[in-house]
Unconditional design. Structure first.
Length: 364
């Protein structure tokens, strides 16, 4: 194998692919990047047996071939090369010469034959969605993904795609995030759960607001095509919670309030909270929302006016969970619906149903 390519483009591609390379494994080959020199391009692959990424970059290929190079070593070298171009040549023993300007390295590689097969995803009706929109939907749900392995299916975001609609759902046992959008889709209804790690990679690569992402779903794997990159991932299996049953269908207390003002009140009141289990208390009465907290440090109090309809109420909540929900709304005003101190708090848009955030209360 022998080729010459642009140093910056090669370095950027390797840095992106490296994120799906296993950092520590009993299989040495998956700690590396598979480099395949084709007729006029390089194909780069990183795969940790759960999620993989692939991309192509232009290259002047003088001899076709392939090799696996340790991802960390390769990225460190490419980051420091002095010239605009870099050449790599490997021999039959997989010894690779890396040359750029006056700098030369000789690195021991691994045979490409030892690299695991990356799953091929085929079948199904492809879903095409704007990159910026998909990134926004992921960002507004991924914070509610569970980090507990007790029920692995909740360690990802559920996608529900049907006639002209896409819905993303995440739940962790104490909160729920739902994000909806209209899309151009006429295929069959599908539902699947994508690991949070995979979606983190999708977000990082979705940097073209005008570009599109194509999603292909197989029986056990999914593929996201974003620009020059492909992200291939296993899907999570298991019974996802019936989240719709957890959403109250009515409310006895309804509030419309400026989102930024509510965020500021919660943040100020939570400043003295050092124990995550300590709640912020909110008293809703006479057109005013009163926030307070009591800890070993002392007490904090704040209040703000709001449009309130229905019964007076006092409720406690985890400040981080509520702040995550409020910040994800990204709207000037938010609708808050409640029923009792022991029932969920809902955060909704003033109009429509593009998002729904639910937070369970904390006993006070």
């Amino acid at each position: 194998m022998k080729f010459i390519c642009d140093s910056a483009a090669f370095s950027k591609a390797c840095m992106n692919v490296q994120r799906t390379v296993s950092s520590k494994s009993t299989i040495p080959s998956i700690e590396g990047i598979l480099i395949e020199a084709l007729s006029d391009s390089l194909k780069l692959t990183g795969y940790d047996l759960e999620v993989g990424s692939q991309t192509f970059i232009p290259a002047e290929v003088q001899e076709n071939g392939s090799v696996i190079l340790n991802a960390r070593n390769l990225c460190d070298i490419l980051r420091m090369v002095p010239d605009d171009t870099v050449s790599i040549e490997s021999d039959e023993r997989n010894i690779c010469k890396i040359i750029s300007g006056d700098v030369q390295y000789s690195i021991i590689g691994t045979s490409a034959d030892e690299y695991p097969d990356v799953p091929e995803v085929s079948g199904g009706f492809p879903v095409v969605i704007n990159q910026a929109l998909l990134k926004d939907m992921i960002r507004k749900t991924i914070f509610s993904v569970s980090t507990s392995e007790r029920n692995p299916v909740h360690c990802g975001v559920r996608f529900e795609i049907g006639e002209g609609k896409i819905v993303l759902v995440a739940v962790d046992g104490a909160r729920l995030a739902v994000r909806r959008e209209d899309i151009d889709y006429t295929g069959e209804d599908v539902a699947f759960v994508v690991p949070a790690k995979t979606l983190g990679e999708v977000m990082k690569l979705s940097d073209n607001d005008e570009g599109f992402c194509s999603i292909s779903v197989g029986r056990r794997h999914i593929c996201f095509e974003i620009g020059e990159y492909r992200i291939i991932s296993r899907l999570l299996e298991g019974n996802f919670i019936d989240y719709k049953a957890a959403i109250p269908i009515s409310a006895t207390t309804k509030i419309i309030a400026p989102t930024r003002r509510v965020i500021e009140c919660v943040e100020r009141t939570a400043l003295i909270i050092t124990d995550r289990s300590s709640p912020v208390r909110c008293t809703i009465e006479n057109g005013v929302m009163k926030f307070s907290s009591v800890t070993s440090i002392g007490t904090a109090n704040d209040k703000m006016p709001a449009e309130i309809e229905g019964k007076d109420l006092e409720i406690g909540f985890n400040s981080k969970f509520v702040l995550d929900a409020l910040k994800a709304t990204e709207s000037d005003e938010v609708r808050i619906e409640l029923n009792s101190p022991s029932q969920p708090i809902l955060f909704l848009p003033i109009d429509g149903d593009k998002f729904l955030f639910l937070v369970l209360p904390v006993r006070i």
